[in-house]
Design a protein around this ligand. Structure first.
Ligand SMILES: CC(C)(COP(=O)(O)OP(=O)(O)OC[C@H]1O[C@@H](n2cnc3c(N)ncnc32)[C@H](O)[C@@H]1OP(=O)(O)O)[C@@H](O)C(=O)NCCC(=O)NCCS
Length: 98
């Protein structure tokens, strides 16, 4: 992701569903000096729109339990915890698209 010529971060996503119909988003990373300026939210909103256009129905993302920035962002976008207990150290969240 770029702001003009400056790389502000990157996002990694699977453009195909796994055997359970899940489209995983393995990584979202905003450069430290660009954090807290709305880039993470903007990137996620654009990715959700893109995956909707690809007829994805189940978007999955994980984050460390102590990562309040990531958890708050994903929760506000509608990603619900799949379980309260971390799996392999991560809280897994699902955004179900109707
Ligand atoms: C987590 C991360 C992707 C958020 O991106 P960002 O561009 O900094 O976040 P934004 O400015 O778009 O903020 C979006 C929301 O995140 C949350 N947030 C951001 N910084 C926060 C902080 N320091 N503490 C708590 N919540 C925070 C808020 O809910 C904010 O909501 P708002 O838009 O209503 O204010 C970014 O900080 C990052 O890359 N961190 C390091 C790597 C990482 O943790 N990646 C995610 C793990 S999967």
């Amino acid at each position: 992701m770029y702001k003009e010529d400056d790389a502000v971060g990157f996002i990694v996503f699977c453009n195909r569903a796994d055997e359970n119909g899940n489209h995983w988003i393995p990584a979202l990373m905003i450069d430290e000096k660009h954090q807290g300026r709305g880039y993470g939210r903007a990137a996620m909103e654009q990715l959700i729109e893109l995956l909707c256009d690809m007829n994805a129905t189940r978007l999955m993302i994980g984050h460390r339990p102590q990562n309040e920035a990531a958890g708050g962002l994903y929760e506000s976008l509608g990603f619900k915890k799949v379980s309260e207990e971390p799996v392999d150290g991560e809280i897994i969240r699902l955004l179900q698209i109707p």
